[in-house]
Design a protein around this ligand. Structure first.
Ligand code: ADP
Ligand code: MG
Length: 512
């Protein structure tokens, strides 16, 4: 049975037709995956269903009846809940408070806390959420916060749960746990919409796939068993896409970038316990590892954003010391880990974001002063090259979808000809078309003789692009290998602190 139908939905924003006569349906007891490039209209369609946006045209039928959803509260009361890309929890509140806020069970005039607690605990147990209701949300990992959002939806008796890019921020293990929960929800009769750019995930979890492209619904009845990663990419982008590009390095040169004795201590805890490595000209050095093993501190150290206990950093034989600005001007380009807090000024225009930090660059000046024309030309070129979906470069960065914001950050880093590129999760949240472009661009820069450090939680990405791979575990480099030398499983073992040879079996025998 259809749980809901959306018919002929259109929605325009100034300069953009985000949705163009879209039809959509969702069945009872199914997991539907909504695919599409950044800016295709996925979030907009789901916000219409959640009562957050009102469509210009179209009708919505829910459980057989036409509904007019005035607000999210209206949608929630009917059983439709949405977990947003950026969570909407109150960090200083406990899990329990966050879940029951605005929906407290009443006994007389007071909140019946006892009843609420029992209900929440029952839900946590039923779905194995593995979360303590009395912990403050600020203490939780991203994956745990997401579970709180889902709990919130369940507590509100949602029948339809919409998840907007829930896996973009999760580690592979957390993704597995999320999928276990989603399958269980389905068994209980819930309908789930999941938006993700990870096609392998889609094929693993979805019962049916929909593809949106430029605001139009291209397909609604794709069977994941019959789809391939290539066919899905092509449908999303509208052309053939090269995935998992491999291009071995041809001219690896002298050492360009050298890191020695790096130690970082934070709040008395050693986060990086003494690491050394170097990157040669024309080489991509990949760092594989599960987040939280020192990646953040490594990035901060290499871009001048923290003050390590010890470190000697040399770029082409010259030692670099000082503030982040010094690092940037010495030729270290940086694609930051967290684009919203580090990479973008969301209140500024796309154009201004594209020159952020580089306004002293001679290529943007004429006779020593900033040239408006040069900035426009350069910004428009970035928009073209990276396919940034926006009517103009004069809108604020915050109006763009997440993946398009990421494209701005990358376009900026790549355009200023750095000697070394420190790329942290460069394709997180971007669509396959942009991923293809970013990957080929990283390889081009390498082939021009740049040194590239690639830090990514995506093992496929690390394995296909790197010329050499280090594994970071608990603040130490525990392995160095050439591409193809170690399998995905072997790297996975190293990333979780295991060894990969027969010794592992020996150890197990010893324990027995
Ligand atoms: N509040 C808004 N104001 C102006 N334009 C918007 C707004 N929200 C979305 N858009 C535009 O609508 C289009 C679809 O965006 P969105 O639904 O966020 O895409 P997706 O979620 O598929 O990446 C994009 O071109 C985006 O820039
Ligand atoms: Mg979106």
């Amino acid at each position: 049975m259809d749980m809901l139908q959306m018919k002929n939905i259109s929605k325009s924003f100034p300069g953009t037709k985000a949705l163009d006569s879209v039809d959509f349906y969702l069945k009872e007891r199914e997991i539907l995956s909504l695919l599409g490039e950044n800016g295709a209209g996925k979030t907009t369609l789901m916000k219409v269903l959640y009562g957050m946006l009102h469509p210009d045209t179209g009708e919505i039928y829910y459980k057989g009846e036409q509904v007019h959803l005035k607000s999210p509260l209206d949608a929630i009361n009917k059983g439709i809940c949405m977990v947003h890309q950026h969570f909407m929890l109150v960090p200083a509140f406990t899990v329990m408070d966050n879940i029951i806020v605005g929906n407290e069970p009443k006994s007389g005039l007071f909140v019946d806390e006892k009843k609420a607690r029992e209900e929440v605990k029952a839900l946590i147990n039923r779905f194995n959420f593995n979360i303590n209701p009395d912990t403050r949300v600020e203490k939780l990992s991203v994956g745990e916060q997401q579970r709180v959002e889902i709990l919130k939806a369940l507590y509100r008796k949602a029948d339809v749960i919409i998840l907007d890019e829930p896996t973009a921020v999760l580690t592979p293990h957390e993704v597995d746990s999320l999928f276990v929960i989603l399958r269980k929800l389905k068994e209980e009769g819930k309908s789930i919409v999941i938006i993700t750019h990870k096609l392998r995930e889609t094929m693993a979890i979805a019962d049916r796939i929909n593809v949106l492209r430029d605001g139009k619904m291209i397909e609604t009845d794709i069977d994941p068993k019959k789809a391939t990663i290539h066919s899905l990419s092509e449908m999303m982008v509208g052309r053939q896409v090269a995935l998992g590009i491999k291009r071995p390095a041809k001219n690896i040169g002298d050492v360009a970038f050298k890191v020695e004795h790096l130690k970082v201590i934070e709040d008395g805890v050693a986060k990086i316990k003494g690491i050394d490595f170097s990157i040669r000209k024309g080489e991509i050095l990949g760092i594989a590892g599960i987040e939280g093993n020192g990646q953040t501190q490594l990035l901060e150290s290499l871009t001048g954003l923290n003050n390590p206990e010890s470190m000697k950093l040399t770029l082409k034989g010259k030692e670099i010391k000082g503030s982040a600005d010094v690092f940037l001007r010495s030729g270290i380009g940086h694609i930051p880990e967290d684009r919203l807090t580090m990479g973008l000024a969301t209140e500024m225009t796309i154009k201004d974001n594209l020159i952020l930090g580089y306004h002293k660059s001679p290529s943007l000046q004429r006779n020593g002063i900033l040239s408006k024309k040069k900035i426009r030309d350069y910004s428009n070129r970035c928009k073209e090259d990276f396919n940034i979906k926006t009517p103009t470069i004069d809108v604020k960065a915050k109006s763009l979808s997440g993946g398009n914001q990421q494209k701005i950050v990358i376009a900026r880093t790549f355009s200023h000809d750095p000697e070394v590129i420190i790329a942290a999760h460069p394709t997180r949240g971007v669509d396959v078309g942009a991923m293809e472009y970013i990957h080929s661009k990283l390889l081009d820069l390498r082939d021009e003789g740049k040194a590239v450090l690639l830090i990514s939680a995506d093992l496929d990405e690390v394995r296909s692009l790197s010329d050499r791979i280090l594994v970071l575990y608990e603040g130490r480099i525990v392995s160095e290998s050439m591409p193809g030398e170690l399998s995905e499983v072997q790297l996975g073992l190293l990333m979780t602190g295991n060894r990969i040879d027969e010794e592992v079996e020996d150890e197990i025998r010893e324990i027995d």
